[in-house]
Unconditional design. Structure first.
Length: 479
């Protein structure tokens, strides 16, 4: 039986290098968001399964830590190769779980391979320093793995978010217990199987499936778990943060966003319009880094919004824009359509579910743009997690910065202008973990990623992530 067909009907945990059925014996049924039909039966994990994964990880840690760094790097590189070799299968599974367009799914698979490749190349970093304090002393610092890392991922970019956290955690010598979102676990499980085939020893990467409140809580609370990397909602981040505070373990929190895209009148408005559409519509708006607040200099606001609306109107539901992930999310976005109406916003385009009869049964909404929006309104402040953009005019640079920062979130931002001095001033003043000038966002694995304010703390991606998956020891010797 090959790995792909094994994953198709029943999805069990992956513990200690092998498939493991849930101690509870229960399974839930996955739903294909493009059709509303069933997908796989997903193991319903519980604390007993987390105990088994923690025991396997704890056993595996000393051995994995003693692997030579180049050998760890070689295994990660083989995992990257395996992801690429199985790109179509990964895309099929991701599409079944999330409904996203194939080219998006394939790009995410390639990006996932790139994480393993990137960190494989950095296996000897970061190493530490020698400190020159006094003669007769040799003082040095070294970075060491934490041990067992708990990783909890959401449903919107499943394989990618798993790869983003697993690769730097493993390359720095840690072992992992990973819990993917209950709605989209298939690609994470295939990643675990292929990693084992690529030579990753049993117990180094374990995947426990199931609900956040049961399995997620059990992972964060488990005494063997020494650090948690979480990607998901602010609400869950707070819940996990309370447990981590009690246990005094470090956390990386990658939470939500309501990112501002600031367009000045002097910008290349063709580029800015194209990027504004990409910013709010990619993955049907279900990305933490979506650009969902479009701030436009007042003299060009109306004409620019018309241009963005014309481009967004060309997006085909089912082709360029996939469905929302679940029936609940579908209902939630429709609730925001109602809130927008009550708040007096004008729907420039969209504001409803799809009217394409071929997509009936799926969770599709039209790409939506609202104007006549006040920045203090709910649709401008709350993360909708659908393809919904609000537009707000501003008067000058100071006004643009004030509006951009008037948000509980601070994940990413965009600035479009031909005035390079202004671009840098605005980039410096915006409270966000990353700012893009004359473009919107990047998937590049090299760029550190994380939030300010309620968007979280800690950083994933880049060399920076390796600092978050290792801690520093100082050694002082007198001779
Ligand atoms: P969520 O917080 O409900 O779930 C995320 C993960 O946490 C899932 O695996 C879930 O099962 C688990 N979980 C839920 N409750 C838990 C608990 N009490 N204890 C432990 N784990 C628990 O979020 P979601 O709805 O799946 O994802 C959407 C959110 O994620 C959005 O707010 C989005 O902005 C955010 N997100 C952030 C990033 C980022 O990098 N900053 C990336 C993607 C998504």
């Amino acid at each position: 039986m090959n790995t792909e067909t094994a994953a198709a009907a029943v999805l069990d945990h992956w513990i200690d290098g092998a498939s493991a059925s849930p101690a509870s014996g229960t399974y839930s049924s996955g739903t294909n968001p493009a059709t509303g039909g069933p997908t796989v039966r997903i193991a319903g994990g519980d604390p007993t399964d987390v105990d088994a994964a923690a025991a396997a990880a704890t056993r595996a840690f000393p051995g994995w830590r003693r692997f030579s760094a180049p050998e760890r790097g070689r295994i990660l590189r083989r995992i990257a190769d395996a992801i690429r070799e199985h790109a179509e299968t990964f895309a099929d599974l991701e599409i079944e779980d999330t409904g996203k367009p194939r080219r998006t799914a394939l790009a995410e698979v390639e990006n996932s391979a790139a994480y393993f490749e990137f960190y494989a190349g950095l296996v000897n970093l970061p190493v530490g320093d020698v400190l020159d304090v006094e003669p007769g002393q040799h003082i040095y610092t070294r970075r060491e793995p934490y041990g067992v890392i708990g990783i909890i991922t959401p449903w919107n970019v499943p394989l990618n978010q798993a790869a983003r956290a697993v690769a730097p955690a493993l390359v720095t010598g840690n072992v992992v217990i990973l819990k993917p979102a209950e709605t989209s676990s298939q690609t994470t499980m295939l990643l675990a199987r292929l990693s084992a085939e690529a030579g990753l020893p049993p117990g180094v990467l374990n995947v426990v499936l199931g609900s956040g409140s049961v399995v997620g809580t059990a992972i964060v609370s488990h005494p063997a778990v020494r650090k948690v990397a979480f990607t998901g909602s602010v609400q869950t981040g707070r819940t996990i943060g309370r447990i981590a505070a009690e246990r005094i373990i470090p956390l990386t929190l990658e939470l939500g966003g309501k990112s501002a895209n600031v367009v000045f009148a002097d910008a290349d408005l063709d580029v800015a319009a194209r990027e504004a559409v990409r910013a709010f519509s990619a993955n049907a708006g279900q990305v933490c880094s979506a650009g969902t607040r479009l701030l436009v200099e007042r003299p060009v606001h109306d004409a620019f919004v018309a241009r963005v609306a014309a481009l967004a109107g060309e997006l085909r539901e089912g082709e360029d824009i996939g469905p929302l992930i679940t029936r609940t999310q579908f209902a939630q976005v429709q609730e925001y359509f109602q809130i927008a109406h009550e708040e007096g916003a004008t729907a420039v385009i969209g504001g409803s579910v799809t009217d394409d009869p071929a997509l009936a049964g799926g969770f599709y909404v039209k790409p939506t743009i609202y104007s006549d929006v006040d920045n203090s309104s709910r649709i401008a402040q709350e993360e909708i997690f659908g393809p919904v953009l609000v537009t707000i005019p501003f008067d000058d640079e100071a006004d643009a910065i004030r509006l951009a920062n008037d948000s509980e979130f601070g994940l990413i931002a965009g600035v479009f202008t031909r005035d390079i001095g202004r671009a840098f001033r605005v980039a410096d003043s915006i409270e966000a973990g990353q700012v893009f000038i004359n473009t919107w966002s990047t998937g590049a694995v090299q760029t550190p990623f994380g939030g300010h304010k309620n968007s979280g703390y800690g950083r994933e991606k880049g060399i920076e992530a390796m600092l978050h998956y290792s801690h520093l020891k100082t050694v002082v010797a007198v001779y």
